[in-house]
Design a binder for this molecule. Sequence first.
Ligand code: PHE
Ligand code: NA
Length: 511
Amino acid sequence: MKKREHWGSKIGLILAMAGNAIGLGNFWRFPYQAAKNGGGAFMIPYFIAFLFMGIPLLIIEWAQGRYGGKYGHGTLGPMIYLQAKESVGHKFAKVLGALAGAIALSVVILLNSYYNHVIGWTLGYSFETAVGKYMDKSIDTAGYFVGYIQSPFRVLIFWIITLAILYYITSNGVNKGLERLAIIAMPAIYIFAIILLVRALTLGSPVNPEWNPIKGLDFLWSPRWNELNWSATLAAAGQIFFTLSLGMGIIQNYASYMRDEDDIVTSAVATASLNEFAEVILAGTIVIPIAFTFLGAEGLKSGVGLSFIALPNVFRNMAGGQIFGTFWFLLLFFAGITSSIAMFNYLTAFLEEEFGVERKKGSLFVFLMYIIGGLPVALEPILTKTADLMYLTELDNWVGTYFLVLLGLIEVIAAVWLFKAKGLEEINKGSYWKIPMWFYKLIMSFITPAFIIILLVFSTIDYAKNGYFKLIPDFVKDNSVLIPWVIAARIVLIVIFISSFILTYRSISKK
Ligand code: PHE
Ligand code: NA
């Protein structure tokens, strides 16, 4: 077997893992999730989920990955199989491995097929902001965004550039590609963010003298216990999954390039802290105060469009806004690329290790696959002249939200329940901080899975209530042009899932 690559240095490993975690989830998804779900009321379940579910599961994933890497595997199917077979029969371990591997493959193929588009938009918007395209105040920024996603030329160009960059980096391998990218891009992200943060805190509102950045911070940081509710709790726990890259297989993939004696506990806690700093401190202090100062509490709730519609309107009304706006979109772009590369590498590793496809060829194949896989996302607004992005939304409901939780549960079952005491041994090997037995038994074996199961059950109920399980889900039923796009997303999902299961099962069986 060819020798696997390893991370060149500890700082390289930590920056790469931080790059993996810190993404559009932090800067684009977190602010509107927090705003939509009541700010301070959202932050309470958010921190509880971070401590009792996020951190433990993250450590479990690191250990799972390093263990798989020792046997030459960087993908989830064989990793789950290796751990499960310690206490159940080979047949069952293979099925569980194939199930986990298939969920992970579906997530990395499909989530990234739309995530790469959002990264493409951020690159396009960096360019358009820098050259001052929408600076004229008579332009409606909502209409401008719709025009953007309906314009084939702009969408395709920036998306293909994004994919080409991902391809180039991945084809250069772990050290010369992924690690080098992290060492350059991560400091850039922090620098852009700190500049924007200073700007955000020194703003005054041109609209309403009552609105100011500090009141925006207050909205996020005053705990409002009486507003706690289930849907905010679900959203908060879901955000923890998304932002820490949990339940995707990509943490394990990065951890598989560790050396056997490399520290897990300290490094995992360090990267989680870097991610949370970028999310609640940087993104929380940039987006929320800016939006609040210019738009007030109602404007903050503008959802997905916050970054692409509300903020551009803010930037052009602010002194130096063209430059700050460009920084904002470049920040999003770098954050997106360093996460997306993890999914790109996962697929390349899958082809390389399970099917013997050489890295350069494999990454080219992945590039082409994302072009094909991402095409419907681009075509929907262009062909239907709408901006609802239903194909993207439907995929996001499943692979960007529901599947993560499902996979998280299988991971804990394999790494803790089936791997038993060896699971703790693996976590602590080489670690400076050791996880004590009581923590493993009480938190990792019990509280964390209980948390995930509750999340899964309530999400299922929530999905059922919102009509997501119906053949034609409620959210699209009034819009007949869009129904085919939702159905298409489902067919693609089912086909990808089934073929991933078969492929993974076969590759595990060969061993
Ligand atoms: N943790 C990432 C984020 O916050 C999630 C992600 C990783 C999404 C890789 C896509 C690809 O954005
Ligand atoms: Na993140």
